[in-house]
Ligand binder design. Structure first.
Ligand code: AMP
Length: 398
């Protein structure tokens, strides 16, 4: 398999699928360039190797063809700055004779930004002829957009067939896949997953898949109360999904069958309102009085979670174990984060992913103590559900 490490880019036009879907303000200025920064190592590698990067991405959600507010031309100057003043030309489209000519005329080190792929319906449809048209602009294809790797779009997957010997991952997607594989394939054991968040309904496929992989599964946050209720406990006004009581019972049964150590809160911090000013008390998770709701893990639960996490060799964290946005109910999630940092110090591999857990890591300022933080969202969740990602499979030929 070709890799970005060993490919000879000299004189080559390299089509790089990046995720430049950055937020723009009303003046069409970039308000957060994190995604552009993340793609720089791959773009620079092509330039340093004597090639010419052809950058392709989607931006926003154009409905019917070109719209100026979704044009990638708004990113051209900033990309040039980030590349230390490199020449970045703007193509009028992502396919067609004029674009092909511009690509052909690029000198080594010069960059061509192709126009928004989603100005064409063929992109999201995964249209093969459209993919072929894009492919004609370049000599090789690099997929560096993990955020769209779960989509079988023209530029993220279908295009691969036009580069059977000249396709590879970029650095970003490569490190994302390598990190996820440390959890999903051959993890060091014990492997512990911590799943939190508000609802169980949105996490069922992941929980079910994790039960075939993990040694320990900590379920925390709002979903706790659906399990407690399913077992006949008193949950007061805590968040609960009555339609999922059977699902909760099934998850417990599956865990027993698979020999997974399922851990949930035994005590909780109950509040008399969903508010930072609420009165609080520590109660047993299955004895929450009427008018009270469980909003965080209690001290006994935290000790239990800590013990399991600190004795793990691989750790996956997705979702807070309490309403971490309010300081009063952030203690459980903070303790989980700290335990993960402790385990990582002792040599464990830790991966945190999914919007809210990344927000937790930032709030508690512990990013440097975590092995890998994934910002991929949908693609990450689908990978953890055990699904094949078209954008990954297209490169690896899975
Ligand atoms: P999710 O998007 O499903 O990962 O849910 C994340 C949200 O779950 C966060 O905004 C938390 O505040 C919320 N959450 C965590 N624990 C609870 C709880 N006990 N009650 C209500 N919401 C919770």
């Amino acid at each position: 398999m070709q890799t970005i490490h060993n490919y000879n880019f000299s004189g080559k036009k390299a089509l790089i699928r990046v995720d430049f879907n950055v937020p723009l303000n009303e003046n069409l200025e970039i308000t957060d360039d994190t995604r552009m920064l993340a793609a720089l190592p791959t773009i620079k590698k092509v330039i340093e190797g004597g090639g010419s990067p052809l950058i392709m991405s989607h931006l926003g959600r154009p409905k019917n063809g070109p719209e100026d507010k979704f044009s990638l031309r708004h990113l051209v100057n900033h990309l040039s700055e980030l590349l230390g003043g490199a020449t970045v030309k703007m193509a009028p489209d992502c396919i067609g004779e004029q674009v092909k000519k511009m690509a052909g005329e690029l000198k080594p080190g010069e960059v061509l930004m192709l126009e928004n792929l989603r100005f064409h319906k063929g992109e999201e449809k995964g249209d093969e002829e459209f993919a072929n048209q894009i492919a004609k602009n370049g000599d090789c294809w690099i997929n560096d957009a993990f955020g769209t790797a779960h989509r079988a779009h023209a530029s993220t997957a279908v295009i691969a067939k036009f580069f059977p010997n000249d396709k590879m991952f970029g650095y970003l997607i490569e490190s994302e896949v390598e990190s996820l594989d440390k959890v999903v394939k051959n993890p060091k054991r014990p492997l512990t997953a911590i799943m939190g968040g508000a609802k169980v309904s949105t996490k069922i496929p992941i929980i079910e898949n994790l039960l075939s992989m993990v040694d320990n599964l900590i379920l925390g946050g709002g979903m706790t109360y659906t399990f407690v209720k399913a077992n006949g406990g008193e949950i007061g006004d805590s968040i609960c999904e009555p339609d999922f009581l059977d699902t909760a019972k099934n998850i417990e049964k599956l865990a027993r069958e698979k020999g997974v150590n399922l851990i949930m809160a035994t005590d909780v911090i109950a509040a008399d309102a969903f508010s930072e000013d609420a009165n609080t008390k520590i109660v047993s998770a299955d004895q929450i009085p009427e008018g009270w709701q469980g909003l965080d893990a209690g001290p006994e639960s935290i000790a239990l979670f800590k013990e399991v996490i600190e004795n793990s060799a691989t750790i996956l964290w997705n979702g807070p174990v309490g309403v971490f946005e309010m300081d009063k109910f952030a203690g459980g999630s903070k303790a989980v984060g700290k335990a993960i940092v402790e385990a990582t110090k002792k040599g464990a591999f830790s991966l945190v992913g999914g919007g809210d857990s990344v927000a937790c890591v930032n709030k508690f300022d512990i990013a440097s103590g975590i092995s890998y933080i994934s910002t991929a969202g949908g693609a990450l969740l689908e990978y953890l559900e055990g699904r094949v990602l078209p954008g990954v499979a297209a490169v690896r030929e899975e």
